[in-house]
Design a protein around this ligand. Structure first.
Ligand SMILES: [Mg+2]
Length: 227
């Protein structure tokens, strides 16, 4: 029987080919003259992530505004000698992400004609305005933002709730994502087929077993592996 639904992660899956936000922010930070290495930068980035999630009014922030806000929050936390221009960091991040989203949009439009599509994302409560700004909202019949739903991947409830909204069964659905623990292991445990997106050199974590069903290095390959 044909597959019914495809659930997709958002960050790192639809806006970058498996590169997480922290290394993307770090690359933009270095390009603007920042000197911290990724190991030193990453914990500071995670603090900015938490600060963003706590921000009053976060639920209304679109994609560009959220990137600009996080770049500012990051700039406030970085040691003074290690700061760079937050607006310039945000411009780089946004331009790169937008280019990937624009490339992926026609692929998602074709998928939306064959499958019921849903997004399952560990996000900050503003996924819906982000999708609207990016011209993607109309393609998804279910959008689960962890901060809105009240549970995060890999909690089975967020996958099952999204599938229920779509009227689809796990064994007839795919999950596509870049985070092995959250996206792939979580969905595979429910009997979903899984597509892991990431650079080819990224190793499978220990104990992966027969998971994922497939892996791809570029979102453009998604139609080929689902077919
Ligand atoms: Mg992700």
């Amino acid at each position: 029987m044909a597959d019914e639904a495809v659930l997709l992660d958002f960050g790192g899956t639809l806006d970058a080919d498996g590169v997480h936000w922290s290394p993307r922010f770090h690359a933009a930070y270095r390009a603007e003259g920042g000197t911290l290495d990724l190991a030193a930068f990453d914990p500071i980035f995670k603090m900015s992530d938490q600060a963003l999630a706590r921000l009053p009014g976060i639920a209304a922030l679109g994609f560009r505004a959220a990137i600009e806000t996080q770049a500012r929050l990051l700039g406030d936390i970085l040691p003074e000698r290690d700061r760079v221009n937050p607006a310039a960091v945000a411009r780089r991040l946004h331009a790169d992400a937008l280019a990937v989203v624009r490339r992926n949009r026609p692929i998602l439009e074709r998928l939306a004609r064959r499958y019921r599509l849903g997004i399952v994302s560990n996000f900050t409560g503003n996924l819906q305005p982000c999708l609207e700004e990016l011209g993607l909202a109309r393609l998804f019949a279910a959008v689960s933002d962890s901060a809105v739903v009240g549970c995060s991947k890999p909690d089975p409830r967020i996958f099952l709730g999204t599938l229920a909204t779509l009227g689809a069964r796990p064994e007839r659905a795919w999950m596509v994502g870049d985070n092995f623990e959250a996206d792939i292991r979580g969905a595979a445990a429910l009997g979903m087929r899984t597509c892991w997106l990431g650079p080819p050199e990224r190793p499978l974590p220990p104990g992966a077993g027969d998971v994922p069903t497939v892996r791809i290095a570029c979102f453009v390959d998604i139609e080929r592996v689902l077919a």
